[in-house]
Design a protein around this ligand. Structure first.
Ligand code: NDP
Length: 313
């Protein structure tokens, strides 16, 4: 059981965590980073990343995260695979426990725990989880070659998932509760240009059905209108892409959250209400949620930590 002392503990390893590690290690703070449940974060389950500056031909989420990880390691960041299971933020230095049995004493903490895919809340979703229901097309799309699938949601993620699946599955339906897509125009055009993607507007999912595996969805079109109609859509796969919930369970007893459950920072910096604790990336960002904005806040958090520790010295 290792006892580790660090000036800066970084929890999480998406673009925010790795960027914070690059900056804090270059500032000679010898950060310790725990990668968490999904090393590399959400980007490792996406396909192409075309909008991260510096990659004129695009890259993949995995490559981008591997590059960031290597860059942080190069400057001496101590990157560990594992999870912080418990942290006491009531007094400084902060004490954390990791699932490898280590106890960590940290002078400052940067929380970069990201966000997790959201589900509709239908009991059937759990029933068919792994048997036709998924929240990750790039992870599970392979199983639906030549089949019929649906993606729920009308944002950029839903469009991206539908486009990815359209190259594998025979038919892709997008189930969209409004009469328009929320996604960016470029993604909308790509979806509308695909002959095997059909967008079902004004449509909600009332339930799923199937014997052992998913066989289809009960859909409700025009809910609460005079044209309301319920019908069954036979499907092999049902993919959720309806947004994310911030991962705050580790720190919610200490750190103030906003109305939607994201960590509240002070507006001008990445500081939370707990002195010495900073937040970066999707866990504190209900608005932008881009890899580049996450990386940007990771940089800001690192600079904030550096300033904070200098003030304490
Ligand atoms: P969004 O919050 O942008 O979109 C969520 C979608 O799911 C909306 O269409 C929403 O509908 C729908 N939805 C939410 N709850 C339900 C529900 N209970 N039942 C049915 N539909 C529901 O999330 P995304 O994950 O798509 O995107 C998050 C952020 O990441 C955005 O800023 C996006 O631009 C960005 N992003 C960018 C990408 C890129 O540029 N390549 C790729 C992926 C994401 P409604 O509109 O009615 O609220």
């Amino acid at each position: 059981m290792e006892e580790i002392r660090t000036k800066c503990l970084i929890i999480g390893s998406g673009p925010a965590g790795y960027t914070a590690a690059i900056y804090t290690s270059r500032a000679n703070l010898q950060p310790l980073l725990y990668e968490g449940h999904q090393p590399g974060g959400q980007l490792t389950i996406t396909t192409e990343v075309e909008n991260f500056p510096g990659y004129p031909d695009g890259t993949t989420g995995n490559e981008l995260m591997e590059d960031l990880r290597k860059q942080a390691s190069r400057f001496g960041a101590d990157i560990r695979s594992g999870i912080i299971t418990d942290i006491d933020l009531s007094a400084r230095p902060f004490i954390a426990k990791a699932d490898d049995g280590s106890t960590i004493t940290a002078e400052a903490v940067i929380i970069c725990t990201g966000a997790t895919a959201r589900y509709l809340g239908l009991p059937d979703e759990q029933k068919y989880m792994g048997l036709g229901v998924s929240a990750c097309a790039t992870c599970d799309g392979f199983f639906y070659r030549g089949k019929r699938v649906a993606v729920v949601g009308g944002g950029d993620t839903a469009c991206e998932e539908a486009l990815y699946l359209s190259n594998i599955a025979k038919e892709v339906y997008m189930i969209v509760r409004k009469d328009h897509l929320r996604a960016s125009k470029v993604m909308q055009h790509r979806v509308f240009d695909k002959s095997n993607i059909k967008v079902l507007f004004n449509t909600n999912t009332a339930g799923l059905y199937g014997e052992e595996f998913l066989e289809g969805a009960h859909l409700l079109e025009g809910k609460d209108t005079e044209n309301e109609r319920q019908y069954d859509l036979p499907l092999d796969g049902f993919f959720l892409a309806i947004g994310h919930t911030p991962n705050v369970s580790l720190v919610r007893d200490y750190v103030k959250l906003d109305d939607t459950g994201y960590i509240k920072t002070d507006g001008h910096s990445t500081a939370t209400n707990v002195e010495g604790v900073f937040a970066a990336g999707d866990v504190a960002d209900p608005h932008y949620r881009q890899a580049i904005t996450a990386a940007g806040t990771g940089c800001r958090a690192a600079l904030d930590v550096e300033r904070f520790l200098n003030e304490q010295a």
